[in-house]
Design a protein around this ligand. Sequence first.
Ligand code: GCW
Length: 717
Amino acid sequence: MKKKLLAIVFILLVAFVQAENGYDLWLRYPTIKNKMLLASYRLALQQISLQGNSATIQIAKEELLKASQNMLGQTPSFNTTNSNYGSLVIGKIGASITAGPLSKNDIKDIGEEGFSIITSMVNGKAQIIITGNTDVGVLYGVFHLLRLMQTQNDLYKLHIISKPKLKLRLLDHWDNLNRTVERGYAGSSIWDWHKLPGYINQRYIDYARANASIGINGTVLNNVNANSTILTAPYLLKVKALADVFRPYGIKVYLTARFSSPIEIGGLKTADPLNEEVRLWWKEKAKEIYAIIPDFGGFVVKANSEGQPGPQEYKRTHADGADMLADAVAPYDGIVIWRAFVYAAQNPIDRHKQAYEDFVPLDGKFKSNVMVQVKNGAIDFMPREPFHPLFGAMPKTPLMMEFQITQEYTGQSTSLVYLAPLYKEVLNSDTYSSGKGSTVAKVIDGSLGNHILNGMAGVANIGSDINWCGHPFAQANWYAYGRLCWDYTLTSNTIADEWLRMTFTNEEKFIATTKNMMLVSREILVDYMNPLGLHHIMGTGHHYGPAPWINDQSRPEWNPVYYHKADSAGIGFDRSVTGSNAIAQYFPAAQRQWADVGTCDEKYLLWFHHVPWIYTMKSGRTLWDELCFKYYTGAADVKKMQQDWDAMESFIDKERFRQVSQLLSIQYEEAVWWRNACLLYFTTVSKMPIPAQYQQPDKTLDYYKGLHFPFAPGNNN
Ligand code: GCW
């Protein structure tokens, strides 16, 4: 009787522990049910030889232990002395681990973070060796092996040699010191500054682990709309505590630096980058930081943009500002990441053109430890934008890509939108800067300009929600971003496949259906939000929902009407030679794909052209009818996603099934809202009705105009 009770308690406990709240992300390690695989994995992880005793190797050990116990129901025997013994051998290449079949060149080539995983036969038994030049490389290899197991791959014939394509693989947190998160949709900031440095939340460790599993190697802890308090002594101790947690996971910390800090916390009268006192202040600050965080990554700066202070206030250039900071961190191998997201209220030119005009003349003027960080498009993380014209236009400067993982303009936390296709579309775009094939990827990996510094930054979508990202599928964007930083040639399909298998289940029917949902989701969003090149017609401020009618904001480019320019003649922003001529910022071959209304890829039509409502599109429909078609198709496609998801109930846990179901219902309502509000508004300008074949909006334009969201998330800084 007692035994039975104990068994029930045990089962309940296991069930409780295994409740799927999403916290475990893609590192759940569920039991392997396939008997053959289970047997072979058990053999592979039976005896593990661990070489080295660093904290990083300990982490690898713990991960292997956890994965074995959970997936295989087996505790491996660990051996730390004999590297020849063991079904799995892990450790740095060195005295006791030979590189096996790796050539000297392979070893050199995998660099500081790469790894190899090779299965060979030793005394008639299979042995897997995971090695690299550093312990962090080895840790990445271990996570890779565990990914292979979670996605049910055979381990018998592994011959994997892998290294990251990009050196800096960063997450940017737009987290404020009061724990609000600018454009954050997953709860408050995970950094509990008040309790640091004394209290190390388990989340910090789990955060580092998740990042290491996808190769993220740096984190910018605070908002680019910066507060200089982060650079004061008490806060630096808090930062150090986090840096200490992250170090063994191969993650460095970076901070944003408010340009006016010398005034705000240094008591100086100026922040002029050419002023000696100011320069000295930053040097001393860097010295102070590196004394406590010797591997501090460096500073990220947003200057002279959206009210942030910067060198232009002193009639200096962005290069003057960046170089001053670069001098301060150079003795410690630190870097400065200077953002190119600049536009000024006083500047009447097309916002699209401003960054290019400010930065191109500065090419060649930045110190060697400066990177210029450029958003993927010239406006602002829209559902679709052509690539930023700065890519390829500053060959002497290492440019860093900035993507947004948090879904400010892509459905926030209520929409299932898989962003890998957006990232890939940008990375694969051809800038033609050095002839055909000069893709954005080749600009940012440094291969075109021969730059040693290279990398990507992704604005994080992480918060203190139990599942980290708000929407269960938003985790896929964090995952995909990391995987693409490691290897941008991976396909959206492969990454979605990996993520789904690890996050939910390996059931093929589930994978096929949900993978398809993911792969089409971004295009669907574009259709019901910003079709045919429309952009920035979201509600002002919070950017939640449609508001194409807004025209009363103090700065012209804060008004949606600035972007769509709908009038009785047509709709779209003429950026061609007859308009703002922003198109001239692209290389001629790139320009050619968009320059002419007749041949412009319709995805970008209204981005570059003001087009008559009655213009005939490739489909044969008029532009007005095409717009209606896109909005209606987009909303209908969300309905389809809902139906697809409904059929998935039996494959996964109740909790996450329900969450996604509810969110898809909200997304459908939002899609209909976008469709109706935009079309009702554009009707008033085009004077054309929504074609009768479509179900007509059941609410009026005034109703939509009357919606307000004073507490929409992410809008506080
Ligand atoms: O997308 C805009 C956001 C701002 C953000 C800014 C930037 C951090 O709406 O919230 O500020 O871009 O990237 O600096």
